[in-house]
Design a protein around this ligand. Structure first.
Ligand SMILES: N[C@@H]1[C@@H](O)[C@H](O)[C@@H](COP(=O)(O)O)O[C@@H]1O
Length: 259
């Protein structure tokens, strides 16, 4: 079972993850960080500014989970733009070492295999940050995604397009297709850190963490991974059955253990 940590605020959740990432980078300057977009990881990126103060990040590599297909990379809501704005620039990472899947139509046919090859070439992802969609997706692996899937093109569900419409001028502007790391790709990262905040995520989170392992809930793939940390606020934790155990385990977590 994944370790589940319930934090009082998003900022404290972000700080916990940021400290773990900073520890990893100090131990290994070529740390490979798996990046997520959406609103959920923002407290982590915010906290990283302080946690990485004085830490050499020049060799750190980053791989984003996903990208829209056919959206101009210069569009402010392309995940390339979001990662540049939220992560690369504020943290001073080397832009050449931070990759986002290539969603351009001209290169889409081979973009998935090239991306998986680049991750392998970098030695794999050390820590993958994950959010979760209200339909249970991780990355953009919509319900039905194979647990063996690699980086590839997917069609977004109507629910995901609705959820993401807030970032665009109109719902119709949300791209229909995306390119996302597969569940198989994500499961190869050495440590998965899944974050969820707010009541709107409670049902998807409970299904992913405690429900049956099923392609119908792509987030449930995390149950197959040997090292998963789930960090949530009280609202997102509200539909979990084993909350008392999670609190008890965290209160008794050995100081030497790390995340
Ligand atoms: N592709 C992203 C996911 O990586 C993200 O985890 C999820 C939740 O988004 P948010 O964090 O904004 O709730 O949906 C987005 O569409």
């Amino acid at each position: 079972m994944a370790e589940v940590i319930i934090m009082p605020t998003r900022a404290e959740a972000g700080a916990l993850v940021a400290d773990e990432i900073a520890r990893g980078i100090r131990a290994n300057p070529e740390f490979v960080l798996g990046l997520a977009t959406g609103s959920t990881p923002l407290p982590v990126y915010e906290a990283l500014r302080a946690s990485l103060d004085g830490v050499d990040v020049s060799q750190v590599r980053g791989f984003a989970l996903d990208e829209y297909v056919g959206l101009d990379p210069a569009h402010p809501e392309s995940y390339r733009s979001v990662i540049t704005r939220e992560v690369v620039e504020p943290l001073g990472l080397d832009p050449a070492r931070v990759r986002v899947p290539d969603g351009s139509l001209a290169r889409i046919a081979h973009a998935g295999e090239l991306y998986d090859a680049a991750i392998l070439d970098a030695g794999g992802v050390d820590l993958q940050i994950l959010g979760i969609g209200t339909d249970g997706h991780i990355g953009f692996n919509e319900p039905g995604s194979s647990f063996a899937s690699r980086t590839r093109v997917k069609t977004l569900t109507a629910q995901t397009r609705d959820d993401n419409a807030r970032f665009f001028a109109s719902p119709a502007e949300v791209p229909m297709h995306c390119i996302t790391q597969g569940l198989g790709t994500i499961l190869e990262a050495r440590h998965l850190v899944l974050l969820a905040f707010g009541a709107g995520k409670a049902a998807a989170l409970a299904a992913a963490v405690e429900g049956p392992v099923t392609a119908s809930v792509p987030g449930s793939a995390i149950q197959l991974h040997p090292h998963v940390t789930v960090i949530v606020d009280e609202e997102a934790a509200s539909e979990l059955d084993h909350v008392d155990y999670y609190r008890y385990a965290y209160a008794n977590k050995p100081a030497w253990q790390g995340l």
